[in-house]
Design a protein around this ligand. Structure first.
Ligand code: TXA
Ligand code: MG
Length: 323
């Protein structure tokens, strides 16, 4: 078989091949995919043969809009729509319960199906012009490195597939995050560009691929807070606090009594010598300091027992800058 390699002018031809039950390689923002109609068992078989892919590894179905999901998945939870709203089109694949419209070969016999809306004009146009959903794995020989340029696909698959549409280098370059939404708590099956923290911020909590539960901080916590209107950093030792003090004009050091005691004649604010006194005084100390000084140095409470809440607020004030 001859393999045609060309640019976006081949999208119409690609769509006609897909409609006829052929397979076509196309760019996405993550890696190149090798697509076939997700509804056509014989076409999907060609993907497994061209790649030498084991039959027990399910394929992701690519759609162009969440509206198309209802044909492919059933019982779609609200979380899916929230995630699509935020991350689609984009590098996130949602695993949902499969509808009977999708043949078992696509999902390797699983009752679930992976769905993704790629963020690439050529991919979206191929989906829209064929009027189909595309089952597509990465367009490499199974086990080889995923392709991020059309030539990578050509080297692996020329002679085995009829068409490669070249869309230049993939902008993201690693595969999508795969998130299973069929479990009690959503679980990341494959880490990717979209992080567990981003997912948790959107839907509350998620289990990362190491099995740890990642929870959203309370919603307000993602915004910048507690920011004094002059530069503010933290220092782990009194010595480094004094060094910073001496390098910056009109500075002040804030810390526990014992921390500031050996600061000599430098300007200091004594926060107290226990967590509750320090918490009581910290916001006043920041407000007073920003009125009178141009550079604030705060003792770092990162590893100090009992000061976790204080550290949390201060890490925002200092944007995490620690000396
Ligand atoms: O970024 C990507 O996801 C790229 C582009 C082309 O979209 N595709 C991709 O496909 O990486 P592939 O086939 O190389 O990897 C798909 C991954 C595999 O790890 C597969 O096991 C998992 O997704 N997967 C697909 N459907 C699944 C399902 N129903 N349940 C669990 N895992 C699934
Ligand atoms: Mg792959």
């Amino acid at each position: 078989m001859d393999t045609i390699l060309g640019g976006p002018e081949l999208i119409d031809y690609g769509a006609s091949l897909i409609k006829k039950g052929e397979i076509v390689a196309f760019p996405t923002e993550t890696v190149y995919g090798l697509g076939a109609s997700a509804y056509n068992e014989d076409a999907v078989k060609k993907i497994f043969i061209a790649k030498g892919r084991p039959q027990d590894n399910p394929l992701i179905v690519h759609i162009s809009s969440p509206i198309d999901a209802a044909e492919i998945a059933i019982g779609i939870p609200d979380e899916a729509y929230v995630l699509w709203e935020i991350f689609s089109p984009g590098p996130l694949t949602l695993v949902l319960n499969k509808s009977n419209n999708i043949p078992d070969i696509v999902t390797a016999g699983y009752k679930t199906v992976g769905l993704r809306i790629p963020n690439n004009e050529i991919a979206l146009s191929l989906i829209n012009k064929s009027g189909l959903s595309l089952a597509a794995p990465s367009a490499n020989i199974s086990g080889r490195v995923s392709p991020t340029e059309a030539m990578h696909v050509y080297k692996d698959l020329h002679g085995r597939i009829p068409l490669i549409i070249d869309g230049g280098q993939c902008t993201i370059g690693i595969e999508s995050t795969v998130l299973d939404l069929t479990k009690n708590i959503p679980i990341i099956l494959r880490p990717g560009f979209i992080t567990p923290e981003q997912i948790a911020e959107s839907i509350g909590k998620v289990i990362n691929h190491k099995g740890e539960i990642i929870k959203a901080e309370s919603p307000g916590m993602k915004y910048s807070h507690y920011m004094p209107n002059c530069p503010c950093v933290s220092a782990v030792t009194t010595d480094s606090a004094c060094e910073l003090y001496d390098k910056n004009k009109n500075a002040i050091i804030l810390g526990t009594n014992s921390f500031v005691e050996s600061c000599g004649s430098r300007a200091v604010f004594r926060l107290g010598d226990n967590p509750s006194d320090c918490m009581k005084n910290i916001f006043k100390a920041l407000r007073d300091s920003e009125e009178l000084y141009s550079f604030i140095i705060i003792e770092s409470f990162r590893d100090k027992h009992g000061y976790f809440a204080l550290h949390n607020r201060l890490s925002k004030a200092t944007k995490g800058i620690t000396y």
